[in-house]
Design a protein around this ligand. Structure first.
Ligand code: NAD
Length: 498
């Protein structure tokens, strides 16, 4: 089996010591070996980034942006190869993988605007012969730790922006599906990025801890599950680092009695079962306002769930591939068992699905529960699989209370034709990203992405304008050039224009 290497100082580094296997979830077979970085390997990457920083920091923003222009072109040229690798190791369909790559490229496009983004703020004559400006300077060496579910897009949320802001970056991708992530990083080298500005180290907790503990690493961006997000946020901030840690989710869709049901069903099908439910913005709860809309939803959606086209992600024309690992399949199956035991009504059961020709793949079918109540684990926990739960409530206020009481607050949406309900929902719901008749309200690259409550730890959201703030330090400069030198007496009152 081939071994996936690290990328340090522009070179492929094989690494020594521990390795792990990378699987093709559609077949259930191990297909590659992955070198897991030890502390010494991580330090090698940190040293390379630190050495590259002084020159990269001084490189004009326009030149940094030119590298991103070439990178965007190379990403588009290599789309088929990247998409194939994503699908092979993650299991998502080729079309879905292409979608994530395109959304990742949007972040590269945003990074191409570096000279505009980094212009700063300037005020002339803030006092007698005094001018003032704010500069947005890079932080230095920063690191990103990313999850398995978007091996192309989530890293692209981070390093293009961090790098055009003048930082040097160390990426620790997910150990489940690192090949597309590595290929994309190599394309950035090919685009002309100087050695050491971007380094990729593969690994697990040992590598992550080395990044957290290294004093040279000034900021950490994390995307993954909430327990690890909390750990990285507390350990990183304790050491004085800037940390942005995006965690897990439980996203509710509210169906009002006046919703356009056919369109809402199509939207829910994609949002609940696309990518086998392994999206942090997946809709996993449908909150139906009234029994009538709940009954109609069950009647319309159940047959469509039975008809989902499920198979090896790398085949064309499918709706859904497998889950990422055997352990993920066991976990999701365990939740379905628990839902049944807790008394929820299992309308469609995805357990026990076998895909002909891929019997050892980590497949599970689309699953639907009705009459779910808020104390059940299928409601409280992030299942991260193709399981949709219907909760029935009596009013919009009750639906909103339910959502606001949940510990997660990543995404939510409302299906309605009533502007008043939609406006109230947008105004008062305690969730970071909200859709109105839009099931996956993932902000475009020139806005910023982030949840509320236990879905995000840190003050700034990811990418877009908040990303620029995260990857830069503001420096406020006040400068005076008096017209001619003259002696001025000391002033003891606080200087002001008063
Ligand atoms: P994960 O938390 O298991 O892993 C994420 C990263 O953390 C990986 O790089 C992994 O190697 C590392 N890691 C794992 N265990 C660690 C430990 N003990 N110490 C230090 N580092 C560790 O998450 P995952 O299973 O890869 O991804 C799925 C999760 O990510 C879901 O909870 C999903 O909601 C979340 N997610 C959130 C967003 C968001 O924007 N909020 C986006 C994508 C995924």
């Amino acid at each position: 089996m081939p071994t996936i290497t690290h990328l340090i100082n522009g070179e492929r580094i094989a690494g020594t010591g521990r390795t792990t296997e990378v699987f093709n979830p559609s077949t259930g077979a191990a297909i590659r070996q992955l070198a897991l970085a030890d502390r010494a390997t991580v330090q090698q990457a940190i040293d390379a980034a630190k050495a590259a920083f002084p020159a990269w920091r001084k490189t004009p923003a326009a030149k940094r942006a030119q590298v991103m222009f070439r990178f965007k072109f190379l990403l588009e040229q290599n789309e088929a190869k990247i998409v194939q690798l994503i699908s092979e190791e993650h299991g998502k369909t080729l079309e879905d993988a292409a979608g994530e790559l395109k959304r990742g490229i949007e972040n590269v496009e945003y990074a191409c605007a570096a000279p505009e983004i980094l212009k700063g703020e300037y005020s002339r004559n803030v006092g007698p012969d005094i001018d003032a400006w704010s500069d947005f300077q890079p932080i230095g060496v920063v690191a990103g730790i990313t999850p398995f579910n978007f091996p192309a897009m989530v890293p692209l949320w981070m390093y293009p922006l961090a790098i055009v802001c003048g930082n040097c970056f160390i990426l620790k991708p997910s150990e489940r599906d690192p090949s597309s992530t590595l290929l994309i990083a190599e394309l950035l080298q090919e685009a002309g990025l100087p050695k050491g500005v971007l380094n990729v180290v593969h690994g697990d907790k040992e590598a992550v801890d080395a990044l957290i503990e290294a004093p040279e690493v000034k900021a950490l961006s994390f995307v993954g599950s909430t327990p690890i997000a909390e750990y990285i946020y507390s350990e990183g901030t304790k050491r004085g680092k800037r940390v942005q840690a995006l965690g897990g989710a439980k996203n509710h869709a509210v169906l009002m009695p006046d919703a356009d049901l056919d369109n809402a069903v199509s939207a829910l099908m994609g949002a609940a079962y696309g990518s086998c439910g392994e999206r942090c913005m997946a809709i996993s709860v449908a909150v139906c306002v009234g029994d009538q809309i709940a009954d109609a939803l069950v009647q319309k959606i159940a047959p469509q769930i039975h008809e989902l086209k499920i198979g090896a992600g790398t085949s064309c024309g499918l709706d859904m591939g497998p889950l990422v690992t055997g352990a993920a399949k066991e976990r999701v199956t365990g939740y379905i068992d628990a839902g049944v035991a807790a008394g929820a009504e299992l309308v469609v059961d995805g357990r026990g699905l076998s895909v002909s020709g891929n019997e050892n793949g980590f497949f599970i079918g689309g699953t639907l529960f009705d009459k779910v109540s808020p104390e059940m684990s299928i409601y409280t926990d992030e299942i991260f699989g193709p399981v949709l739960c219907i909760v029935r409530v009596g009013s919009l206020e009750e639906a909103m209370q339910l959502i606001n009481d949940h510990e997660y607050g990543n995404g939510t949406c409302i299906f309605t034709r009533d502007g008043e309900s939609a406006r109230l929902f947008c105004d008062e719901i305690e969730v970071g990203m909200v859709g109105v008749n839009v099931p996956l309200p993932v902000p475009v690259a020139y806005h910023s992405f982030g949840g509320w409550k236990r879905s995000l730890f840190g003050d700034l959201h990811a990418y877009g304008p908040d990303g620029v703030r995260f990857y830069t330090r503001r420096k406020a400069i006040t400068q005076r050039w008096p017209q001619r030198a003259s002696h001025e007496a000391a002033q003891f009152a606080f200087p002001s224009n008063g």
